[in-house]
Design a protein around this ligand. Structure first.
Ligand SMILES: [Zn+2]
Length: 134
């Protein structure tokens, strides 16, 4: 039996489901994720297309750079996902939008060179420079 996890925006207009297993769970420090989420970093999970779907309303989309599409709720503005042509076939959904955000744990930091200087990481996870859109 496939285990299904659910997530949603703040106002519940946009929601999504994903089927385990996921590909990855990543802390990203890149400026684009920071700006979209208005947060010092974000954490996303990578899921293969076909293993996730929008439920409820479809989100709005925004191209943050060539080949990169980000989504957010058109009603409440909650950021929900990004995807990159460089990693086609994979959707990245923000972990904090999950109904149970402790269902998954990040295993790596990426874009570490863009990390804000006052953010001090207290974990032993690998820290990689550059984007790694797993
Ligand atoms: Zn919403």
């Amino acid at each position: 039996m496939v285990e299904t996890f659910r997530g949603r925006c703040f106002c519940k207009s946009v929601s999504f489901e994903i089927d385990a297993p996921i590909l990855s769970c990543v802390n990203c420090h890149c400026e684009s994720c920071r700006r979209q989420c208005s947060a010092p970093m974000t954490t996303y999970i990578g899921v293969l297309d076909g293993q996730w779907r929008w439920t409820g309303e479809a989100p709005k989309t925004f191209n943050s750079s060539p080949g990169v599409e980000r989504t957010f709720c058109g009603n409440c503005g909650t950021p929900l996902s990004f995807r990159s042509e460089r990693m086609s076939g994979v959707m990245h959904l923000y972990l904090a939008a999950m109904e149970e955000p402790e269902s998954f744990e990040p295993t790596i930091h990426v874009a570490h060179e863009e990390k804000l200087s006052w953010m001090h990481l207290g974990d032993d996870l690998p820290k990689k420079n550059g984007p790694e859109y797993l």
